[in-house]
Design a protein around this ligand. Sequence first.
Ligand code: FAD
Length: 380
Amino acid sequence: MNFLSEEQRMWKEQVDRLMEREIGREYIRQCDVSREYPYKGYEVIARQEWLRLLIPEDHGGMGGTIFDYALLCEGLARYSFDFATAFMVSTFTAMNIVKFGSAAQKERYLEPFMRGDIRFSISISEPHAGSDAASTRTRGIADGQGFLLRGQKLWCSGASARNVVIAMLVRTDTGAKKHHGLSVFLVPNDTPGLDIRRLPTMARRATGTTEIFVDDARVTRDQLLGELGKGWEIITDHLELERIAVSAGYVGNAQQAVDDALRYAHERIQFDKPIFDFQVIRHMLADMQTKVDAARLLVYRAADMASRGLACSREVSMGKLFASETLQEVTRCGMQIMGGHGMLPESDMERYFREGMQSTIGAGTSQIQRTIIAKSMRAA
Ligand SMILES: Cc1cc2nc3c(=O)[nH]c(=O)nc-3n(C[C@H](O)[C@H](O)[C@H](O)COP(=O)(O)OP(=O)(O)OC[C@H]3O[C@@H](n4cnc5c(N)ncnc54)[C@H](O)[C@@H]3O)c2cc1C
């Protein structure tokens, strides 16, 4: 992508170098196979001070743009979108504290987060609240000086790791209209009353995703993020950065899938020649690379617009839609090119493929992205 500035190109190369030298694909594969949270990889990123990216300088961060952040997400997701999720969930949730947190919450959470001592998860979904995310049933019941949280959350990624603070969406006013009466609380994952269980999912095996049984978990008023009853505004604001981050991650993982399939096609000899020599395989690879480039362009456009503070929910949804479907498609083709060898963990392709399958669901399904795009279209 030669339209990146020299600085951006160097930043991308720096991320790639770190992935290669200090994290590596074997470590990431091992975390996936053993379903272990990638603590070591997370620490490497924290040591680089990359958790400070996006956080404003007056809060101890290094500033930087959403575009810089997207380039980082692209690089970290290279060997597994799941691995990058550990970092991304934490960072885009931290930005909610930057935007909506009180002075005391910023003081309490931001520096420990940037050092890598605590991390964040976001808990919106519930058994009955998927795409229809505002149909939250988990309650926040006023009780004395604070609230009692009661209900069940689902798919909260990274929540079972060490020292996690969960930004949890709950209903604090049952009399208000559906999108009103929702609030977000910052809830440490060791709060009494939380029972957090990792789910045996097909994808996201390292960072892990969880169900949370919430049984009268007590929170104080100073754990409320933003204003009471304004939770939906926080969540909708949050989704833009989340979708840019994950889309950039899909592009990074998809590019690696193409690179791995291409290398394999050159190395694998059948009928006395590399399978790359069969036109059907070559053309498959050409289509795969073309789609990854197109996805990257859409995601960079969205990241660039967001960096410049422009309204871009349509462009963000286009990037999310196309990049996730591209990851799914190129990994399915990658599996075909690798034949039986693709089925083994050592190929890495089966992991990319599993991540591709979840990419069109997490952070808003493809159907929801199409609905957002269609809503923005006006008849000429
Ligand atoms: C691996 C993974 C990690 C996740 N991590 C998190 C997390 O950290 N925090 C969190 O809060 N959530 C998380 N989620 C939840 C995710 O956001 C939801 O799965 C997603 O929003 C879809 O909800 P659902 O799975 O209940 O599907 P449903 O909403 O039940 O959808 C089922 C099907 O119906 C379609 N559909 C639904 N409504 C419409 C409509 N209006 N128009 C057209 N089609 C429609 C969907 O597109 C889908 O195909 C995660 C999910 C996964 C799979």
